[in-house]
Design a protein around this ligand. Structure first.
Ligand SMILES: *[C@@H]1O[C@H](CO)[C@@H](O)[C@H](O)[C@H]1NC(C)=O
Ligand SMILES: *[C@@H]1O[C@H](CO)[C@@H](O)[C@H](O)[C@H]1NC(C)=O
Ligand SMILES: *[C@@H]1O[C@H](CO)[C@@H](O)[C@H](O)[C@H]1NC(C)=O
Ligand SMILES: *[C@@H]1O[C@H](CO)[C@@H](O)[C@H](O)[C@H]1NC(C)=O
Ligand SMILES: *[C@@H]1O[C@H](CO)[C@@H](O)[C@H](O)[C@H]1NC(C)=O
Length: 323
């Protein structure tokens, strides 16, 4: 019975996606506008404390010359046992400096409620479905903290653009910020090899930085880096994902067993305050994942079943050249 229901869900999804042909990677869904955050989601650290309260970007004079900086800093590094090596999780941002005024700015995109909340949902007695606090957003603030980025990280000038181009990019940032609102931690692939299929792309700070570079390049900017550009990627490896459905899974009696399975799966991931705690619990759950070979994956506010494959999960720090 449940199998039939999954099948119908999956078939419907394919029809909606396009003529029965699933496209991989599954496209990241954009919204018309950013929805309000549920008051249940409370940030431990305020989002974008020194940014413009109305989310405005600075306006440059068209003839100004704006330096563009690549910024990178370690979020944390730690070693868990001997098996998975040392993790190297970096945060990426872009810096801008005005030649006319000497003022500079940092532009970044990150989680409203930290990485743990974007990776795992909450259980709430009053709500049947797992509850996610998974929005991310762009933050632009005055200044570039040279020491913060330089020490153990990167602060590199990668080009110059006109003030006019900056203003055009600023309009793009606001549209991007309004329509791409959910953070996605994982990249899901068929295997670690060069010819693997990507099932789902992550949507995180480094993806934002790449979109920004691409937008600037389309406008005619020239950007280049002297040093190789490395980015953190957090991978899951699986066979072809199976579409399950949206939160209606948790409301219909026909999908009761599936709903229970998904909740049981997420129950093993505790609620976390720090990134280190989150990764630790993830690694504890790793064994379970190996045993049961199933990951209930959440993307575009919908659930997918991932038939997990060796090596299951990997955190890499790999070179991705500038676009
Ligand atoms: C994650 O979300 C919960 C629920 O709103 C909140 O209590 C907690 O402070 C959030 N964690 C962080 C690090 O913001
Ligand atoms: C992006 O959206 C967030 C959430 O609404 C807001 O706080 C922030 O100021 C916006 N950033 C920009 C650069 O518009
Ligand atoms: C940004 O501006 C501050 C204050 O003027 C200055 O100390 C810093 O060196 C500047 N950083 C860059 C990368 O231009
Ligand atoms: C840079 O790394 C050194 C050595 O690991 C550490 O002592 C220092 O606190 C780090 N600096 C920053 C700003 O993270
Ligand atoms: C990837 O695919 C190409 C073209 O089909 C093939 O030439 C190459 O050997 C493959 N590489 C790997 C690592 O499988």
């Amino acid at each position: 019975m449940n199998c039939l229901v999954y099948f119908i869900h999956a078939a419907l999804h394919c029809c909606i996606v396009g003529y029965g042909q699933q496209v991989w990677p599954e496209p990241y869904k954009r919204l018309d506008r950013r929805p309000d955050v549920d008051p249940y989601c409370q940030a431990l650290y305020p989002f974008c404390p020194s940014g413009d309260p109305d989310g405005r970007m600075p306006v440059m004079r068209d003839s100004d010359i704006i330096s563009v900086f690549r910024l990178q800093t370690p979020v944390w590094e730690f070693k868990y046992g001997d098996t998975l090596g040392k993790f190297h999780v970096m945060h990426d941002a872009v810096g801008f400096g005005s030649a006319r005024t000497g003022r500079n700015f940092t532009l970044e995109w990150y989680e409203l409620f930290q990485l743990g909340n974007c990776t795992f949902p909450h259980e709430r007695a009053s709500v049947s479905a797992p509850f996610w606090c998974n929005q991310g957003a762009a933050c632009c603030y005055d200044g570039i903290d040279d020491v913060h980025w330089k020490q153990n990280g990167t602060l590199e000038k990668i080009g110059e653009i006109s003030g006019e181009m900056f203003n055009e990019m600023a309009r793009w940032v606001q549209e991007d910020n309004e329509t791409g609102v959910y953070y996605e931690t994982w990249t899901v692939k068929s295997d670690p090899g060069a010819n693997s299929t990507t099932w789902f792309e992550s949507y995180d700070c480094s993806q934002f930085v790449h979109r920004t570079y691409k937008t600037l390049l389309h406008m005619g900017a020239e950007l280049s880096s002297q040093a190789p550009t490395y980015y953190t990627k957090i991978y899951l490896y699986s066979g072809e994902p199976l579409y399950l459905g949206d939160k209606s899974i948790f409301q219909q009696s026909s999908t009761k067993d599936l709903a229970t399975d998904i909740k049981k799966f997420y129950h093993s991931f505790r609620s976390h305050q720090s990134v280190v705690e989150m990764i630790e619990s993830l690694l504890e759950a790793f064994e379970k994942m190996v045993l049961e070979k199933t990951f209930y994956f959440y993307y575009n506010s919908e659930y997918w079943k991932l038939p997990m494959k060796y090596p299951y999960i990997k955190i890499t720090y790999e070179e991705i050249p500038l676009p």
